[in-house]
Design a protein around this ligand. Sequence first.
Ligand code: FAD
Length: 451
Amino acid sequence: GPAVVWFRDDLRVADNPALRAAADSGRPVLCVYVWDDRSPEVRAPGGAARWWLHHSLHSLAERLEAMGATLTIRRGPAEQVIGGLLRETGTAAVYWNRRYGSERRIDERIKTAAREGGVEASSFGANLLFEPWTIRTGQGGPFSVYTPFWRACLAAPAPRKPVAAPARLTPASRIDGEELEALGLLPTHPDWAGGLRETWQPGERAAHEQLRRFLADDVAAYADDRDLPGVDATSRLSPRLRWGELSPHQLWHASATARDRSNAKGVSTFQSELGWREFAYHTLYEHPDMATVNIHRRYDAFPWPRLHPAALHAWQRGRTGIPLVDAGMRELWHSGVMHNRVRMVTASFLIKNLLVDWRHGEQWFWDTLVDADPANNPFNWQWVAGSGADAAPYFRVFNPELQREKFDRQGDYVRRWVPEWDTPDYPEPIVDLAETRRAALAAFDVVKSAR
Ligand code: FAD
């Protein structure tokens, strides 16, 4: 029987341990992707993420084709689909790279059932530098503070070297599958993806080119400029990591290899940002429901006022009258990403000036980001809200006007996305910053006194 490789958040052929194991098994290889928007354990990707996924799958299929194999696409609840496929093909072995949220329960059930049926089932660490169960405090528990967490990671055995892509694959007999187009991942009426097409080229090859350019041109100034949204200083590799077109191991080793006297600080800072991604995933591993449930449960007592749909809508559309917030929300709508500094400011404005429950903002980001990530997105929303792991204290409210003066001093970023800023066409702020800040702090007193 064939060896099945089940692709999920690892849409690459290089540094893909599951694919490598299948190739090395000497068996014919069957590559599968399952579009699963049915299992309750899986959070179905939002609109922008589906756009990315479509194109990334297309590119993966081409790469596998060039290696002699086919990517078979099926749809439905993964447990049924993979189970059925194993029986139908007389599979000898099934390989995948691990997931860390609630989906891992599906994987565990499939693994158990496969082994009971005499099928070898193996999972690999491919999408994190450090497996969650290997980084523990002195008491044996998970870390809840980033700095000691990252120190423990740096003291742990170094991340393994990337594994090479197999040169050729022996294809298994073809089986029925869906056409990629039939999954309906792309928008049709209206087609809102023009800005995404302008901004991105999904796929492994483009991802490597982007990494190469970042290390050659930008990493040296990364530590100094990464907070300036008007400067193209960050890697913009987040969707590559989200979909696994690149692994963190590849980023880790490529940046370490590129390190020299001129860029050492940039490389370390960049690697410590990868550390925040690790921390978010380790937190997800402990709190699989963190997209909906406060990590610090005393925040459940927060007295969110009744939702004002008009305020939420103004925020979503970038029409709040606060220039840095509007610039960020428009960048997001157009390009499917937003600069990290501005993500913090827009999130803080929604939660603390509009007093909208962070889950509404998290959901909007989930639907509009091409890098919408099951760990990074809720982790960072809870970080801003104050309810998360090692979060910003609630009472630290960003002032979006001071943030603009500090990080977009010349106004390059704001003018790029809000060209009518400083003209009579630009709206007045929908709320008073000082007054709403006071209201937020008063609401927070309820949390402080909750136990
Ligand atoms: P770089 O500065 O080049 O950093 C390199 C990589 O490190 C990133 O690609 C990312 O994988 C990781 N990283 C950097 N900062 C963080 C962070 N704060 N937390 C976790 N990982 C980090 N990131 C996502 O990938 N997906 C999300 O859905 C997401 N939602 C966010 C929501 C909010 C409210 C906030 C404040 C941040 C969010 N982030 C998210 C984190 C961060 O903003 C993005 O990872 C970053 O802006 C991506 O740009 P870059 O690739 O150029 O980052």
